[in-house]
Design a protein around this ligand. Structure first.
Ligand code: GLN
Ligand code: ZN
Length: 757
């Protein structure tokens, strides 16, 4: 008999109930009791949904972030948030920070936020130092455990393991985080004991660090931890996900725990080895349903492989999704408008659990017991693999026809720079912006009306043109050198392009938590990508017609579209990226033909695609850079290509950035005192750079002096003739009354710099 369980369920709610409850609470529109009530309802619904499983996760729910919850459980919330207010207030203070004008108290900096492994989820980084002390705060977990038991499900508490916790933490005093392990383990021991006393039979202890490259110190920390935590009760299910174990495989198998969960989707090739190494008294949980994607599982094919494995493992086999379902949307049933054919190929969190049920029944009672479900699944899988909407021979041919020279500019940067200088006649320290201007309530209202068919296409276009006209006039008045049209017509930098390309569909409620109350709704890239017609050209042409200044065309790059979408799993990501690159390349060339002399291709999400293991970085960077070059480099030398990247580490990818060979790169630097430029300096990065001088995340209006000073810091690193002056990022989230004075100061700062040359 195989046991079925789940590692975690989305907590935001199918209609983002948690998001709205949080925001009401933060804005004082509801009280803590109402918020907690919504949270409890969501937990109960989630358990209800999972009730057919043998073990249901508890403690995976969080009001903000599961890592912050673990910090709370371990008594490690930063001290700075703990003055005044309720425990809940203190929790949110670290989650979101508190600014000085919020109240009469001091401001509190929010905890730093960073990517959860290779997902687009962001967690609050635990803060530690040599003198950190831990103390147990088990109330949250115990309460939720009791709630689940009262609901009659078999509850399996979920905690982040001690080594992963320390690995995720940041040391504030540069002390070695691992030195804290001896102080941390007794608190985990106490937690496990309390859970056992409360009746927990199993505890899922997550150690996803095991899929990363660990040095000896970290590996021995794993060993030490689990020798210390070993116990009869609760039984520990050591849980790994997001990849293969590789060098850590034997270690993971040999730890003194009662069971091991592995990601059998990404780590499919390792399953046999794990079976060999795993002592015969241990449970093996195979994560066979992809928790990172939205495609139906090919259940029949999976069973062909799984049945002999089940035969071998018998009672020891557990089945689960590969990782927590946090990373997929909640339910496909709420998508009545989704293209029916494509919808039949998809599975969101709830559907994935149904797949798990079917699979477990087939294993436990034979395939005949679920013959109907399996037949239906086979039809869906076949329809997807043969669909002409997935496979477009013309697209596949153009990808096959890509030649070396397609990714190559005609001349070197030095030669291009001269031609571009002649063509564009820009002053030194040219000023520009990153693309978007404020998305005003009027713009949003017009888009909503248009989507609800209350506004005709002509009327909508006229309103957007009016916004573009306004943006151009404002920029001319400000005296900016390179103008943008302002992106009024775009709902989102990826969705907008996806909507106009073949090969994509969009859900209405396919929200996935990004951090706290923030969600994203990734486009679904299901088939060969083709650009049926130009996307931005008419808008760009209109914008250019309003001014004699150069108008910068504005596109989202192939790598960013890929990394911010759910993408097909029936071909390598690199192949899909090449198709996207060809579509963007067509758009670039059409913009050039329409007389646009500067074209920016945003690659904000280039880093997001980096694999977990450094040894695989180069492979990714190679194809990602190739895709960018393919999209950008089909133009004449005189056409200037820009790219833009948001705040990001460049140290370890500077070579790739240089290989992209954009004529100009604009980056987010204002909060780093230009230190991010050091690596460009050391690497002798040859092309032009626009280091952001205006922090667009803040409503503050930077002064001329502040921006001139930042540029002087930039000048100390990069020769003046290669510098541009621009904000950190797009201005869509700001208001015109902030943007106008800030940009005026920016233009004045550039004038000062020119005068000082
Ligand atoms: N061109 C986009 C904008 O200005 C870039 C956004 C981004 O980098 N995230 O909004
Ligand atoms: Zn940006």
């Amino acid at each position: 008999m195989a046991t079925q369980h789940n590692l975690g369920f989305p907590r935001i709610g199918g209609k983002r109930e948690l998001k709205f409850a949080l925001e009401d609470f933060w804005h004082g529109k509801s009280d803590a009791a109402e918020l907690q009530n919504t949270a409890l309802t969501l937990r109960q619904q989630n358990w209800q949904t999972q009730a057919t499983l043998d073990w249901v996760p508890v403690g995976d729910f969080s009001l903000y972030d599961q890592v912050l919850d673990m910090s709370h459980t371990l008594g490690n919330l930063p001290e700075r948030g703990q003055h005044g207010g309720s425990e809940l207030d203190q929790y949110f203070r670290i989650a979101r920070g508190r600014s000085a004008h919020d109240s009469d108290c001091h401001c509190v900096a929010a905890g730093e936020m960073t990517k959860w492994f290779d997902t687009n989820y962001h967690y609050i980084v635990p803060e530690v130092s040599a003198d950190t002390e831990f103390s147990l705060n088990s109330e949250r977990l115990l309460t939720q455990f009791t709630e689940a038991q009262q609901q009659g499900v078999h509850a399996k508490p979920v905690v982040i393991g001690p080594v992963t916790y320390l690995w995720l933490a940041k040391s504030k005093d540069s002390s070695n985080r691992l030195n804290l392990l001896d102080k941390l383990l007794p608190v985990y021991r106490q937690l496990l004991d309390e859970l056992a006393s409360a009746g927990a039979e199993w505890v899922q202890i997550d150690e996803p660090v095991l899929v990363t490259e660990l040095d000896d110190a970290w590996r021995s920390a794993i060993e030490r931890s689990y020798h210390t935590l070993k116990s009869e009760r609760p039984k520990l299910l050591l849980t790994t996900y997001f990849g293969t174990l590789e060098q850590n495989l034997r270690l993971a198998c040999e730890l003194p725990v009662a069971g091991l969960h592995i990601d059998a989707v990404r780590g499919h090739s390792e399953v046999c080895k794990v079976i060999d190494w795993l002592p015969s008294h241990k449970v093996l949980s195979l994560g066979v349903i992809d928790g990172r994607n939205i495609w139906k599982t090919d259940l029949n094919r999976l069973l062909d492989w799984l049945e002999p494995v089940a035969e071998q493992l018998k009672e020891r086999l557990w089945l689960a999704p590969s990782c927590s379902l946090l990373h997929v949307p909640v339910c496909l049933e709420s998508e009545p408008t989704l293209d029916a054919e494509v919808k039949n190929w998809l599975a969101f969190a709830r559907q994935k659990l149904t797949e798990l049920n079917t699979l477990a029944s087939a294993i436990n009672q034979g395939r005949a017991s679920v013959a109907e479900q399996l037949a239906e699944n086979r039809l869906a899988i076949e329809s997807r693999s043969h669909s002409t909407r997935v496979h477009n021979a013309a697209v596949e041919q153009s990808v096959a026809a890509i030649g070396e020279s397609d990714g190559q500019r005609q001349s070197s940067f030095a030669e291009r720079a001269k031609l571009q200088a002649d063509a564009l006649q820009l002053p030194s320290f040219p000023t520009t912006t990153i693309g978007s201007f404020p998305q005003t309530p009027e713009i949003r209202a017009a888009r909503r009306a248009f989507n609800q068919q209350q506004l005709s296409a002509e009327e909508y276009e006229a309103r957007m043109q009016a916004e573009i006209w306004r943006a151009v006039k404002e920029q001319e008045e400000l005296g900016l050198d390179v103008l943008v049209h302002g992106e009024a017509e775009r709902n989102d930098m990826v969705e907008y392009f996806g909507e106009q390309l073949e090969g994509f569909v969009f859900s209405r409620f396919g929200w996935v938590q990004s951090y706290g109350s923030r969600c994203v709704k990734p486009p679904i890239l299901f088939g060969d990508v083709r650009r049926p017609k130009p996307i931005t050209v008419d808008w760009a042409r209109y914008a250019q017609s309003l001014t004699n200044k150069p108008m910068k065309g504005m596109l989202t790059g192939p790598v960013t579209i890929l990394n911010w979408s759910f993408v097909r799993d029936d071909q390598p990501r690199s192949q899909t990226c090449r198709q996207l690159a060809l579509a963007i390349r067509d758009e670039v060339q059409d913009l050039e033909k329409a007389g646009i002399k500067i074209i920016q291709i945003d690659e904000a999400a280039l880093r997001e695609g980096l694999p977990l293991r450094k040894s695989q970085w180069q492979h990714y960077l190679n194809w990602a850079v190739d895709a960018f070059r393919l999209s950008a480099n089909g133009v004449d030398d005189k056409t200037q290509i820009h790219t833009h990247m948001c705040y990001s580490e460049f140290n370890d990818i500077i070579e790739a950035i240089a290989q992209m060979d954009a004529d100009v790169i604009t980056i987010e630097t204002s909060r780093s005192d230009m230190e991010l430029l050091d690596v460009f300096d050391e690497f002798e990065y040859p092309n032009q750079i626009g280091p952001g001088v205006y922090d667009i995340h803040s409503p503050n209006i930077p002064t001329v002096e502040q921006m001139a000073q930042l540029m002087n810091q930039a000048k100390a690193r990069i020769p003046a003739e290669r510098l541009w002056v621009n904000p950190d990022c797009g201005l869509k989230t700001r208001q015109w009354q902030e943007v106008l004075p800030a940009l005026k100061n920016m233009v004045d700062a550039a004038k000062e710099l020119r005068a000082a040359l």
